[in-house]
Design a protein around this ligand. Structure first.
Ligand code: PMP
Length: 416
């Protein structure tokens, strides 16, 4: 669709990059604006009284506007720049969580959370002596809404859900989850790491009280991401970190905090990263998120169907239409890491392992899956290279095709 826009891919015409769920390649526009920022407007923002510093400050503010609007948010004070999803979720768990979750309260997550949206809540629950509850999946790999409903009580303070699973691609019904959580006054935290790059996201329409995302998965730079929050929640939160920029007055005994968003952004910010992320948002907007989704849906369906038709291959997660651009699969008799090695020799880059979702893979009864994931630069040729590589690996390893093939619609998740 857009391969020519990506310098690394243009430089390596035979590379089949199928690991965008881990990180996405960068379009030239992102690299260009970062360089331009360093060459024309670089200084520490907020601190200097000189023109160059003002220019850097303006670049940072403009980036905040653009990125906020990408998620349907007009008030830039609601966007806190962070290093990425992991930091955003830790920020919420530490700053909001510690000041709102008490002994006997309840925290609800789902079985398919990435460790970044599982462990901070699990640890908060241990620390606050709160209950930690896990909403299970249906056999088809979708969120079991009835089970979730049974876990939500008047003591529930937080419901933390992924918008899209990085491990099996499931798209979760976040608006329905939010309605259930809000009915008992709980706060909804959405891990948007895998939806921000692939689906049109309107944070408020989703019902997310907090929404976390990573720039590097969207074609933006590494080391920048964000947390969008409801204004009232951000206002009442204590700071996450303390230091420069986030203070108002520092007395010998007491300190008062700066206004949003600065209160939650201690220290020198990643301005070049923010500028690059804004360019990535503009790039995706120009393509159109519905076109991005349609393109990835087509490739995901094609890859799922082609792989599932190979004897011994099992594809996990819901049918491809209910999945984002992720195809997670196993090949009977072949370890996912061995498969990834063979594919690498054929210049096909996939991920193999537990995808930082051990609670999910445990419930699926598999130690690892192979995962191919798509973005705007992939095409049918990448799918063909993947399929050819799997067939070649089966031949090399003499893998027995004794596992029944998954249905063309995608096999059910197995629960161990
Ligand atoms: N959540 C999900 C669903 C993810 O896929 C990832 C990245 N694999 C993260 C959180 C963590 O993102 P980051 O490493 O960019 O902080």
């Amino acid at each position: 669709m857009r391969r020519a826009d990506f310098p690394l891919l243009a430089r390596h015409p035979d590379l089949h990059y199928l690991d965008s769920a881990a990180t996405a390649q960068k379009p030239a526009v992102v690299l260009d604006v970062e360089r331009t920022f360093y060459e024309t407007s670089y200084a520490n923002p907020h601190r200097g009284a000189y023109d160059l510093s003002t220019r850097a400050t303006e670049c940072y503010q403009e980036a905040r506007q653009v990125v906020g609007r990408f998620f349907g948010v007009d008030d830039p004070r609601r966007l806190i720049f962070t290093r990425g999803t992991t930091e955003s979720l830790n920020l919420v768990a530490a700053a909001w969580g510690r000041s709102h979750v008490r002994a006997g309260d309840e925290i609800v997550v789902t079985r398919l959370e990435h460790h970044a949206d599982f462990v901070p809540w699990q640890q908060l629950a241990i620390e606050r002596r709160a209950a930690f509850r896990i909403a299970e999946l249906t056999p088809a790999g979708e969120l079991d809404l009835d089970h979730l409903r049974s876990l939500i009580t008047p003591r529930t303070r937080v419901v933390a859900v992924a918008h899209v699973s990085n491990a099996i691609g499931t798209i979760l019904p976040v608006a329905e989850v939010a309605a259930l959580a809000h009915a008992v006054g709980a706060v909804v935290v959405v891990d948007g790491a895998q939806s921000a790059p692939h689906l049109a996201v309107d944070v408020d329409a989703l019902g997310a009280d907090f929404f976390a995302f990573s720039g590097h998965k969207m074609g933006g730079p590494m080391g920048i991401g964000g947390l969008i929050g409801r204004r009232a929640l951000l206002e009442e939160m204590p700071p996450y970190q303390t230091g420069g920029d986030m203070i108002e007055v520092v007395g010998d005994d007491r300190t008062s905090w700066n206004v949003l968003p600065h209160k939650l952004e201690a220290g020198t910010p990643n301005v070049a990263g923010a500028v690059g992320l804004a360019a990535a948002c503009t790039y995706l907007t120009q393509i159109g998120m519905s076109a991005v989704r349609a393109h990835e849906r087509r490739l995901t369906t094609l890859a799922s169907d082609r792989l599932a038709a190979i004897p011994g291959v099992r594809v996990y997660g819901p049918p491809a239409g209910g999945r984002s651009g992720v195809v997670s699969f196993t090949v009977a008799g072949l370890h996912a890491h061995d498969l990834a090695t063979i594919l690498d020799q054929r210049q096909v880059c996939i991920r193999a392992g537990h995808h930082c979702a051990q609670p999910l893979l445990r419930s699926m009864g598999v130690p690892a899956t192979a995962r191919a994931s798509f973005f705007v630069y992939n095409d049918e040729g990448d799918v063909e290279a993947l399929v050819a590589g799997v067939l070649a690996a089966q031949e090399i390893f003499g893998a027995p095709a004794d596992d029944p093939p998954a249905s063309a619609a995608g096999a059910a998740v197995e629960h161990g």
